[in-house]
Design a protein around this ligand. Structure first.
Ligand SMILES: Cc1cc2nc3c(=O)[nH]c(=O)nc-3n(C[C@H](O)[C@H](O)[C@H](O)COP(=O)(O)OP(=O)(O)OC[C@H]3O[C@@H](n4cnc5c(N)ncnc54)[C@H](O)[C@@H]3O)c2cc1C
Length: 267
């Protein structure tokens, strides 16, 4: 079985502090990390590989030169091979253009490696874009079934079975392979790299795929191929003033709140 894990390099938003004067977030000053849920997706793949030596795990990213570090990191914790998609015409791609590009990369890598990917894993969502759209869209482009927000998965008999959290509890879904599964925060923590695996990852060759290699339709990438339009961006206004009701008794707090709203002419 062959597994492909989609990896996105993101700024470590936990290190960011808003500029007090402008409220802007200086994203460029944040160090780059592998998107957290992608590290869980990779660990899920590597755990399957630990149990079956026939399994090969590939990592794929679409990103600039710096994103090579995210792939090296993936190689150091169990991926067997990594590919990076990069091309200046991919700038300004939204999630639809990104997922289309990744779907073409899946097919191109399959042809180059002479294999098919049975399972494609993504993180459920990213720390920066945070849309949770790419995994689902990738499945649609490929025409594969998808299971989203999985907490654990198992495979067998040409199927993948996934446990996922719902508003009411848990559900277990099963679908035929090949399939796309997006991974939520799992019960197990991703493993750490050793000095030896880091050194091996540093030496690994990471092929780069371009728009030409992927035979991408120019109308479906970059700004032209991105139906998402950003109308405006703004910093939310900081709220000031207000009244905090700190009564321990909820009934008394509700009565006070009703009186305040009534005095203000709201109710
Ligand atoms: C108009 C517009 C222009 C944009 N221009 C740019 C730009 O120039 N440069 C830029 O970097 N971003 C740009 N973006 C943001 C870009 O579209 C998103 O970063 C990207 O599509 C992923 O979306 P997301 O972060 O919400 O991923 P989600 O949908 O939340 O990600 C889910 C999972 O999909 C996989 N995944 C997502 N992105 C990638 C990737 N790149 N490679 C491999 N796997 C991935 C990961 O497994 C991830 O966990 C632009 C967005 C818009 C709307």
């Amino acid at each position: 079985m062959n597994i492909l894990v989609c990896i996105k390099q993101v700024p470590d938003v936990s290190t960011l502090k808003a500029d007090a004067a402008t409220n802007a977030l200086p994203i460029e000053s944040a160090p780059n990390i592998v998107n957290t849920l992608d590290t869980y997706a990779l660990e899920t793949a590597v755990l399957l590989k630990d149990a079956d030596a026939e399994i090969k795990v590939f990592a794929l990213t679409m990103g600039p030169e710096a994103a090579k570090e995210a792939l090296k990191s993936s190689l150091s914790v169990g991926a067997d091979k990594a590919y990076r998609v990069s091309d200046v015409s991919l700038e300004n791609s939204d999630t639809l253009a990104t997922s289309y590009t990744l779907s073409r990369a899946v097919k191109t890598i399959e042809a180059r490696e002479g294999l098919t990917f049975d399972l494609i894993l993504c993180g459920k969502q990213t720390l920066d874009g945070d849309t949770a759209q790419v995994g689902a869209q990738l499945a649609e482009h490929l025409g594969y079934p998808q299971i989203t927000a999985a907490l654990e998965i198992s495979t067998g008999d040409g199927k993948v079975r996934a446990r996922r959290e719902t508003g009411d509890g848990y559900e277990v879904l099963e679908t035929a392979l090949p399939a796309v599964v997006t991974i939520s925060k799992t019960a197990y923590e991703p493993r750490y790299a050793s000095v030896k695996t880091k050194m091996a990852a540093n030496r690994a060759e990471i092929p780069v795929l371009t728009v030409e290699d992927l035979e991408l339709d120019a109308a479906r990438i970059g700004l032209t191929g991105s139906p998402t339009k950003i109308k405006s961006t703004y910093t939310p206004k900081r709220k000031t003033g207000g009244i905090k009701l700190e009564e321990e008794d909820g009934v008394i707090a509700a009565e006070k709140l009703a009186a305040l709203l009534s005095d203000a002419g709201i109710i």
